[in-house]
Design a protein around this ligand. Structure first.
Ligand code: 8YV
Length: 310
């Protein structure tokens, strides 16, 4: 992707790639020195120390992600550094994976797969691996109806699922035309949904948005899906809620302490866990890289970036 844009930059392009992935803190601090643009991933914590290590010539930090909780926006603004993200291009891929997790948990796909791999002899039985029929009147609660939430609603509508939502677009005509009913509060959504799917950004206000109290407010036997950010959920409280039998299960693409995953949740058959692959589609990943680089080109040419944050 970088090569495609080489000609569009005002001067000669010198690139420095970190050798390790993810780079150690020392390598990150060293590698940004003298940079006019930093292209970062969610695994890179970009704070005042990194911005200062880069130097005064730094113009832009382009995050290859829609989420930017890894970047200290205040520190960037204080130093006049632009921050950009990659919204829009990954909505469909993340929504696809959300549906994959909904089906994998409710219809016990991963559990069945694990069972087959044990090589145990089995005979078909009418009771074997019975799960929730999402198409038979299940309600999906979308927490944070934005771009990705809308793409999830579109898919869920095709399954005949009832949809309720909180978030900035819950009252939009677009949402209504997808059959979305706005919930008046998070609690109302939690108590009505058979499946709760999280699609909001991680901020100081949304950390542990789903804790013990909220899990208790969820319907008995319901499922929690998280393809947004791990710290939105208190994982120990989630493990308690599943262990007690209150929740039916969970589908987690993201984890509270990434890359660590919760050892209790890992032992639970009703939990499906993935290594943060929501946007890992072949086309999507290229589009994310391309948008990040177009933002860099704009910023270095003194133009307004396409998708600036803040
Ligand atoms: C990315 C993501 O894969 O866009 C986001 O916010 O979490 C994922 O789509 C990841 O952030 C790569 O930096």
């Amino acid at each position: 992707v970088v090569e495609q844009f080489r000609q569009q930059l005002p001067g000669e392009l010198r690139t420095h790639y970190t050798a390790d992935f993810p780079p150690s803190r020392e390598e990150l601090l060293e590698s940004v020195r003298g940079a006019e643009a930093i292209i970062s991933l969610v695994t890179d914590r970009i704070d005042a120390e990194v911005l200062d290590a880069a130097g005064d010539q730094l113009k832009v930090v382009a995050n290859v992600a829609v989420g930017y909780d890894n970047i200290d926006l205040g520190a960037a603004a204080e130093r006049g550094v632009l921050v950009t993200n990659t919204p829009g291009v990954l909505d469909e891929a993340v929504a696809d994976l959300t549906l994959a997790l909904i089906l994998a948990t409710t219809r016990r796909v991963a559990e069945g797969d694990r069972f087959i791999r044990t090589g145990t002899e089995w005979i078909w039985s009418p009771e074997g691996y019975v799960g929730l029929d999402i198409s038979a009147g299940a309600t999906l609660g979308i927490v944070g109806l934005g771009r990705i939430g809308m793409a999830v609603a579109q898919r869920a509508q095709a399954f005949g699922v009832k949809i309720i939502a909180t978030g900035r677009r819950a009252h939009d005509d677009d949402a209504r035309s997808l059959g979305v009913s706005p919930a008046s509060s998070l609690n109302e959504l939690l108590s009505a949904a058979d499946i709760v799917s999280l699609h909001c950004p991680l901020t100081e206000d949304t950390k542990h948005l789903i804790g013990a109290q909220q899990l208790q407010a969820m319907k008995p036997g319901s499922y929690l899906i998280n393809t947004a950010r791990g710290p939105l959920v208190d994982e120990e409280a989630l493990a308690d809620a599943i262990e007690s039998g209150h929740l039916g299960g969970a589908g987690l693409d993201v984890h509270e302490f990434e890359p660590a995953t919760n050892p209790r949740l890992r032992t639970m058959d009703s939990v499906v866990m993935l290594p943060h692959i929501g946007s890992a589609g072949d086309v999507t990943r290229n589009e994310m890289a391309s948008l990040a680089f177009r933002n860099v080109v704009a910023a270095l040419n003194g133009e307004k970036p396409i998708t600036a944050v803040g």
